[in-house]
Structures are given as C-alpha cells and as structure tokens.
Design a protein around this ligand. Structure first.
Ligand code: FRU
Length: 460
C-alpha cells in the first residue's frame, strides 16, 4: 500500500503478502542469499513457497523470483522451512520439509544459479523415527563435521516434548538416523522444537531451537561431541516470543550471522487489508563474551544505511532528557547511571501524548521492558508489555541500540539481551521520541535517520 506508515524500510519483507521464517541462508555467486517462508497469494499463512532476496553487501537487497513452491504430492501443504548448503563446485542444495495431510517429510532440491531448482523425485527422508508424530518432523538443517554430513530435524518426543533428531550421511543422499542430538527434559520447554540450527561459535557450539507452542526461542551454548550436544548454558533469545524461527549461518569470513522472523501483532483483518505480513530482523552478528554468554548486534554493514544524523535537543529540567523524532531510526545510547534509576526511551509519541511506547530498563527489577499499553489508540493491536531479564554488573553502563523501522522495533541491550516488537500508532504525528533517566546519569546518544534497503524503494 502506497504511503503505508507501518511498512519497514530497512527490514526485509515480502514484496507483497505473507512472510514467516528465514530459510536457506547462503553466499553464492558473490552475493548473499536469503530465502523466506512465503505465501504469494495473501497476507496470511498458507500455500508456503520459498521467497528469495539477494544482496551484494548485506545492506541493499533486491527481490528475486520465488525459488520454489509446492508441486509434488508430499508437499501439497507447503514447502516448509530448511537450509541451503553450497558445495565447493558452487552447487546449491536446498533441504526443506514437504508437508501434506499425510505428514511431514524431508526433501531436497538442487540449483546452480539459485533461480532454477531441480527437485528430487522422491523425499529424502520419508518417515520419522519411531515415537515421533508424522506432523512433528520438520525444518532440516545440514552441517559438515568430522568428515560427515549431519542433518538435524526439529521434532517432538511423542507429541509431548521438543527434541532435535540427528542423521548422518557420506554422500548427502543416504541418511542414517542416529539418535536425538538433544532433547527437552519435559514439555515446559516446548512440545515441539522447530527450526534447529547448530554452528561453531567461538570455542563452543551454538544450538538454537524455536519452541512450539509457547513461541520462545532458546540458544544453548555447549559442546558437540560423540554426535550429541552437551549444553553448558541456556539463554532465551528475543524474550516474550517477540521474534521466532532464528536461523544462523557461518559466513565465508568466519562471522556468524543470524536472521529471525518478526510476526505481526495486529488483527488478521487489518493485516489482510495492509496486504503484507511479517518482517525479518536485520542481519545480526553473534559472538560469545568472556563468560560464554551469547551476544548479538546488528551487522556492522548496516551503518551504510545511516542517511542523516538527527541532533537530539536537551530538555530543560532536573532529569537528563533529550528529544528527537523520526519513524525509521538507528539509535545508540549509553547511560552511566550514578544511582539505581530507570532509564530508556519513549518513542512514536504523539504531541498530545495519547500514543506512546516506552523502552525502559527497570533498574530495581533488573528488566528491560517494552511498554505498549499506549502504543496505539486502536484496540486491534497487541499492547501487553514485553520483557527480558537484564542484569548489569557493578559499574556497567546501560547500552541500548534501538532499530525503529515503521511498525518494527528491535532492541539490543548491552550486547547480550534482545527484544523485538511491533507497534502500530494510528496518529500521523506519533513520531516524537525522548531519551530519559530518572536519576543522576551521564548520557551519550547518537541518532540516525535510516534509508531504504530495497533498490528501487518499494514505497515512495
Ligand atoms: C516455524 C514453522 C516451521 C515450519 C514453518 C511453516 O514458524 O512452523 O516449523 O517449517 O513455520 O511455514
């Protein structure tokens, strides 16, 4: 829709209609390729194809033709999530789930140019191992390790607890089931684990699973040995189910990059009327800090989208406040708090204050909270708070990086806590923002107006 204020500028969306999980991340032919779960017919989930965008620099993206969609009987219900592996000869192999009324199977397709795909005539893995329900068997992820190709599949143990199944192969065609790579102790961590991915990170391994049905995402840091994953740490990513289906890749230069799906949070009727649904997070770079905590930040290349520095104005008064405005912003702030005090931002505030969203570090509670009770006058949008635990060490400043992009919000706190959100203010002048601290603090603040990642822009 032309002039749609909710539409992001620097987050990938489908050109129109529906998007969910990121899929098939790879580098090929000198470009980055990002695929996504896509319904090309409507802004609602269904008829799932693999949409495709590519980029030379990780910053500017172009739409590519849809990679593939359901054509075979065992994928009549959609070509579900998966990955792409590229061999030394440039041959790309997509592993994905075929879904149908009969159940879920793992499939394969190959391509030399990422435009024309050739699907195998039969599913690669046609039935799950005993005890795994036929409809809880999806999202293959392939990696090479110790001379083997390994394939992970997200699954459920008897429909009750999430698990990740491990297969191995020498030739990529014949896969032997080994055993669960890693499993949830019980249903509290999710009945099904979706979209597993496993990568080396620092001197450890990172295993990520998306939890169904409570819609959280867990990152486990640990070891991958004797074909099992041994967890040492566990971390919630994007607390409160604010983003989902996180998928990471190891880039040719060794960086680990991750994307996630940021879902709509308004009524289905409004989404259909908007004509588009779902955004991907910006590329996030992952690392482990000295205490082996999982950390992430927007990929450095994103700085190329900073079009103009916005100069914040100090607000007169006893507390530290600085004012600015905008709807597509990259904000970096650092507070040195001299006493236990809340600090953060108000964003997308209307001049009369009827609409406002607050991102606040509640010092006493040690929580980072996105307060949405007054985000939108419209009752059809979700307005509950979202929060994550953020424990600052003694003397550690509060560091927030906020990416605001139309209705999409991503918050990175001190490298180690992420929250994503959707906010849909109705008033055209809900563009005002303020950085604040409710106590003595030194604040350093930089704000940039961000440009468009699509060339040419999809929206005027
Ligand atoms: C996660 C998920 C995956 C599945 C896909 C279908 O959001 O449910 O498990 O492959 O979406 O679109």
């Amino acid at each position: 829709m032309v002039g749609d204020r909710m539409r992001p500028r620097f987050h990938v969306t489908a050109p129109r209609h529906w998007l969910n999980d990121p899929n098939g991340l790879c580098q090929h032919g000198g470009r980055w390729h990002l695929h996504y779960q896509h319904n090309p017919h409507a802004a609602q989930w269904g008829a799932i194809h693999w949409g495709h965008v590519s980029s030379a620099d990780l910053v500017h993206w172009r739409d590519e033709p849809i990679a593939f969609g359901p054509t075979l009987p065992w994928e009549a219900g959609g070509c579900f999530s998966g990955c792409i592996a590229v061999d030394d000869d440039g041959l790309a192999t997509a592993y994905y789930t075929g879904a149908s009324a009969a159940g879920q199977v793992q499939c394969r397709a190959t391509s030399r140019d990422l435009l024309h795909w050739h699907k195998d005539a039969v599913p690669l893995i046609a039935t799950p191992p005993p005890g795994v329900p036929a409809h809880d068997f999806r999202d293959p992820f392939v990696l090479r390790h110790d001379g083997w190709q390994y394939l992970l599949v997200g699954a459920s143990r008897g429909g009750e607890a999430g698990q990740v199944l491990l297969y191995r192969s020498r030739d990529g065609l014949h896969w032997d089931y080994r055993h669960p790579l890693f499993e949830a102790p019980d249903a509290t961590l999710g009945a099904v684990w979706e979209c597993p991915n496993l990568l080396p990170l620092g001197d450890r391994w990172l295993l990520i699973v998306s939890q169904w049905p409570n819609l959280g995402v867990l990152g486990f840091i640990g070891r991958f040995e004797n074909e099992r994953f041994v967890a040492e740490r566990q971390q919630q990513i994007d607390g409160d189910g604010s983003a989902f289906a996180h998928l990471a890749m190891t880039a040719a230069d060794g960086r680990v990059l991750q994307w996630a799906w940021i879902d709509e949070q308004r009524e289905a009727q409004q989404v259909l009327a908007a004509g588009w649904a779902g955004a991907l997070s910006v590329p996030r770079e992952l690392w482990l800090d000295a205490r082996q905590r999982l950390c992430s930040r927007p990929a450095d290349a994103l700085a190329a989208l900073r079009q103009r520095a916005v100069v914040p104005e100090p607000v007169a008064g006893p507390s530290q406040r600085q004012r600015f405005s905008g709807r597509h912003l990259d904000i970096t702030a650092r507070w040195t708090l001299h006493a236990l005090a809340d600090a953060g931002f108000t964003l997308l505030t209307s001049p009369d204050g009827r609409e406002t969203t607050r991102i606040v570090y509640r010092a006493q509670a040690r929580r980072l909270v996105i307060e949405r009770a007054r985000s939108a006058l419209d009752a059809g949008t979700r307005r509950q708070d979202q929060q994550a635990v953020l424990v600052l060490e003694r003397g550690e400043p509060l560091e927030l990086r906020v990416l605001l992009d139309g209705s999409v919000l991503e918050v990175f706190a001190n490298g180690r806590v992420t929250l994503a959100s959707r906010i849909y203010p109705q008033l055209a002048d809900s563009v005002h923002a303020e950085a604040f601290a409710d106590g003595p603090a030194d604040l350093s603040l930089q704000v940039w107006e961000m440009g468009d990642i699509f060339d040419p822009p999809r929206e005027p």
